[in-house]
Write a protein that binds this ligand. Structure first.
Ligand code: ADP
Ligand code: TYD
Length: 204
């Protein structure tokens, strides 16, 4: 049986990394073999593209094309083989991030992103996407508190992230059966409780 494909999305600072670890742990305790991965990245070539994407200034279409190039490699080398083995895949960001950051944030035409989406993914979509939603100020405040060097995206202005958030919420409205919006303003413990309920339902 094909495994399940779960993606986590949200603004930088929304809580994806925090909850990904917990989610993977819960799924493993339920007996699933889980491949934990991330985008951009997840393969040796993808990680090289990630380094470029997070540091080098580039045209917005180059940025979108490199995101999807890394994704093509990731699907071919990691995601599809894992799902075919029956493993579960939990991925920190996927195509919704391209619609949110390159589409919403940078203003790239959504029709171009939709073409890349179908070209690169064929008919493979995540089974479930958890969208951690918080106000931009909260997310940016959390990133700043971490006191680490900011990458090329994290250095963007609040207005950029407002557009990213709104594009994420549009994607959720357009894909209600796949995308579950998680209220990321609550405490970590409260969110974990909701995720536990989700994993129990998923594993039934
Ligand atoms: P992301 O992976 O979405 O960028 P992280 O999981 O790295 O976000 O979280 C960013 C920071 O915010 C971390 O210091 C984390 O401990 C903190 N954080 C995450 N979720 C919450 C929450 N619900 N309430 C308060 N702080 C949180
Ligand atoms: P992320 O791994 O969440 O960053 P961090 O490790 O700092 O938490 O993602 C890196 C950045 O890449 C993030 O700011 C969003 C951006 N991104 C896009 O712009 N488009 C995409 O398609 C993806 C997957 C990520």
């Amino acid at each position: 049986m094909r495994g399940r494909f779960i993606t986590l999305e949200g603004l930088d600072g929304a809580g994806k990394s925090t909850h990904l670890i917990h989610l993977v742990d819960r799924l493993r305790k339920q007996g699933k073999t889980v491949v934990q991965t991330r985008e951009p990245g997840g393969t040796p070539l993808g990680e090289k593209l990630r380094t470029l994407l997070l540091s080098e200034p580039m045209h917005l279409e180059t940025e979108a094309l490199l995101m999807f190039a890394a994704r093509r490699e990731h699907l071919a080398q990691v995601i599809v083989p894992a799902l075919e083995r029956g493993d579960w895949v939990v991925c920190d960001r996927f195509t919704d991030a391209s619609f949110a950051y390159q589409g919403g944030g940078r203003g790239l035409a959504l029709s171009k992103l939709a073409t890349l989406e179908r070209w690169v993914q064929g008919d493979l979509d995540p089974d479930l996407t958890l969208l951690f939603d918080v106000e931009t100020d909260i997310a940016l405040g959390r990133v700043q508190q971490m006191n680490r060097e900011l990458d090329r995206f994290e250095q963007e202005k609040k207005e950029f992230f407002d557009r990213v958030r709104s594009a994420y919420l549009d994607r959720a409205r357009q894909n209600p059966a796949r995308v579950r919006v998680i209220d990321g303003r609550r405490t970590i413990a409260e969110i974990q409780k909701e995720l536990e309920e989700i994993t129990i339902t998923l594993c039934e």
